[in-house]
Structure formats: C-alpha cells, structure tokens
Ligand binder design. Structure first.
Ligand SMILES: C[S@@+](CC[C@H](N)C(=O)[O-])C[C@H]1O[C@@H](n2cnc3c(N)ncnc32)[C@H](O)[C@@H]1O
Length: 298
C-alpha cells in the first residue's frame, strides 16, 4: 500500500523478491483456483501479462482490507457481511471473500457483489459456482441505489462511476457499515457547477479543462471525507496503488467510531463548501442525516 511515495525505497532494497511475493495477500492463502477462475492466471498458474495490473490492484486492495478490518480473533465465528458496490467482473469481490475467511479468519463471512450490468453479474455468478462458494458470495443485478440491507460490516466500492461512488458511501452510512473503503472514479458532478466564475483567485486555473477536472476531483473527495467525518467516521485519504498503475488511485479508508456532528469538522466543511458556493451531491443525498448537524451552524 502506498501511503507515502518516498518512505518505502530504502526498506524495499533489503527485501528479497521471493519474500515480497510471499508477503502478497494473494500468496497468503491457496489462491490458485481463484486466480485461474478469475482469468488472472493461465492454465499453468502463471499470472497473465495482460492481467498483471489487476493482480497488483487486488493485492493492494487486500492489504488495505487487512489494515482496516484486521484479524477476526474472538469474532471468528460471528457473521461478517461485506458488500461490493459496482463489483464489475468481481475480481475483488471473490478475492475479498477468500481473504476474509482464510487469512483474516472470518469463517462466517458473506460477500455480496452488486452491479447493474447483467453480463458481469452472470459471469461473476459462474465464477462463484466454479469455486464452490456461490452460497457465500452472492451477486445481485441491481442499481446501487436500489440495494437495501439493515446492516453490513464492510462496504467496498472501487471505481464505481461518478455519483455511484457517493451512492455507495451513502448506502454504507445508512446500513451502519463499520468500515467503508471507497476508491472514486471519474467525477463530473462538481464540474457542472464550478467554473472560472466560481472563484476569482482560481479563475485562471479553472479555465484550463484538465486542471479544472483535477481540482474538482480533489474537492469532491475532500467533501466526501469531510461529510463522513461529520457522520462519525475516521477517514484516511490515501493512495492505494501507485499513480503509474492508474490515475484513479485515491482511496477513502473509513472506520466508524468518532462522535458525529462535532463543531470542528462541521465548521471546516461549511467553510469550504460555502467558499466554493456548491452543494456536493453527497450532502444532498445524505441530507436527512446531515441536516441536524449542518443547520446548527448555517
Ligand atoms: C470500472 S468498473 C469497476 C469494477 C470493480 N469494482 C473493479 O474495480 O474491478 C465500474 C462498475 O460499476 C458499475 N456501476 C456503475 N454505476 C452503478 C450503479 N449506479 N449501480 C450499479 N452498478 C454501477 C458498472 O456497471 C461497472 O461494472
């Protein structure tokens, strides 16, 4: 996991290549059948060159899961439910299940993958059947907004598009997820309202399309992190894969556990929001939960 760009360099030099592979999450359990079924490995078990990026991404994602959720310990026999919103072909969904059970020790884990595309849900179901886990790794063809469950332990959403990321975060909050791991994708919502007219000192920057896009990405993620903080989550914004692998390498790593509605986070949020004269999509979506905290300061 890339938390800082420079800290790992010296340490890496002393780690032998073999040790590095052994320490990868996908090498910490018998993942051969999964790697083949997911198409990450060929018939001889070698990682396909074309799938190397995905293989690395799954490993990095599982490292974040380990760091966030931690070993089951005394909770080994308790139910543990994870939902993967916008699961796509389910590389991560299925790996997450095996990792939760075989490495972290959540023997009663259940993982649900949700995607609105019928074709990916069908192929994901086939993969789960092939691996004999179809009763523990379930797939639902549905819009994220239509998914409902009373409670869930972990919500995951990697590269769901635009406001689908916000919807996943909102669902996580509403389902009282203890952990939310969200890697945003393309973000268009703020770009519709922010332009050179929004802020005089930034006019020159915002006139350049690419810079405006990046600025809006950063602002969107900052608003998301701040809203989650207001609602009681500890939030870390991190790079979970290298920026060479994908420019979409930011992850919001969240764990519930701080007092909601504290004046500090609320004040910071309102100040930034009002300075830019915008209402983030996530605020509108979570208005019923946020209103009581924001209205005190408006
Ligand atoms: C770029 S793919 C990412 C797949 C997977 N999470 C991964 O990282 O490998 C995004 C997926 O999100 C799904 N998606 C986007 N918006 C959605 C929505 N509102 N409801 C359900 N699925 C959605 C798309 O169908 C697509 O399969």
């Amino acid at each position: 996991m890339l938390v800082s760009r420079s800290a790992g360099v010296e340490r890496e030099a002393t780690v032998k290549p073999h040790d590095r592979i052994k320490n990868l999450p996908l090498a910490q359990f018998d993942s051969a059948a999964y790697l083949k079924a997911a198409g990450l490995a060929d018939g001889d078990g070698r990682i396909r060159a074309s799938m190397r990026g995905k293989y690395d991404q799954v490993n990095e994602f599982l490292k974040v899961v380990a760091e966030t959720v931690g070993p089951a310990g005394a909770d080994a026999a308790k139910p543990f439910t994870a939902v993967d919103f916008g699961c796509g072909k389910a590389y991560l969904t299925v790996a997450l299940y095996f990792y939760l059970v075989h490495v972290l020790g959540y023997s009663e884990a259940k993982v649900v993958g949700v995607d609105r595309r019928a074709d990916v849900i069908e192929s994901a179901r086939k993969m789960a059947e092939k691996l004999d886990v179809a009763d523990r790794v379930l797939f639902l063809e549905s819009d994220i907004g239509a998914y409902n469950a009373e409670s869930v332990d972990l919500v995951v959403s990697l590269h769901a598009c635009d406001t689908a990321t916000d919807e996943s975060i909102a669902k996580g909050v509403e389902m009282h997820a203890r952990y939310i791991l969200s890697a945003p994708c393309c973000q268009h919502e703020l770009q519709k309202t922010i332009g050179p007219q929004s802020s005089k000192p930034f006019a020159g920057l915002l006139r350049q399309g690419i810079l405006r896009e990046r600025m809006c990405d950063i602002l969107t993620d900052a608003f998301r992190a701040m809203i989650l903080r207001i609602l009681g989550y500890k939030v870390q914004v991190m790079e979970f894969v290298s920026s060479e692998a994908t420019a979409r390498n930011i992850m919001l790593k969240c764990e519930y556990g701080v007092k909601p509605g504290q004046p500090g986070p609320v004040g910071e949020y309102l100040e930034l929001r009002d300075w830019w004269k915008v209402v983030p999509w996530l605020e509108t979506r979570l208005a019923p939960l946020l209103e009581k905290y924001l209205s005190r300061y408006d």
